[in-house]
Design a protein around this ligand. Structure first.
Ligand SMILES: O=C1C=CC(=NNc2ccccc2C(=O)O)C=C1
Length: 121
């Protein structure tokens, strides 16, 4: 396959699985996200995913997941690079937004972190 083509299955450092299914000509894509982490012991269900990529040798990517079982959503922004073993790695920064009851709580609503995704063999 062409290196850093984002279609297919990815796994991040938390062990979550992202499946990018449909990619449009304008760079939009959709898929599903199966998280390995969940704050409450709910039955793990897939959450919807949507995003854009900018096709190139080392494409940029941006996507969002609306968590199916909590009042929060995450957005990721990053880029695909080939590592020293010529493997594809998506290096991303994410923001996790949790719904707050009041504007006074807005200050604590957004968490930030970094995440790498490698292709699921
Ligand atoms: O109900 C919930 C709420 C938040 C979640 N955040 N997951 C993430 C947030 C940032 C980066 C990666 C993940 C992940 O699940 O892999 C997952 C399930």
């Amino acid at each position: 396959t062409q290196q850093c083509n984002i279609q297919g299955q990815w796994r991040n450092n938390l062990g979550s699985n992202m499946t990018i299914q449909s990619v449009s000509d304008n760079g939009a894509f959709a898929g599903v996200y199966l998280t390995a982490v969940s704050s409450v012991n709910t039955k793990i269900v897939e959450s919807p995913l949507t995003g854009f990529w900018k096709k190139s040798k080392q494409p940029m990517i941006g996507f969002a997941v609306k968590w199916a079982f909590s009042d929060s959503l995450t957005v990721w922004a990053g880029q695909c690079f080939l590592n020293e073993n010529n493997e594809e790695v998506l290096h991303t920064t994410w923001l996790l937004r949790s719904k707050q009851k009041a504007l006074q709580d807005n200050w604590k609503a957004t968490r930030i972190g970094v995440d790498t995704f490698t292709r699921l063999k």
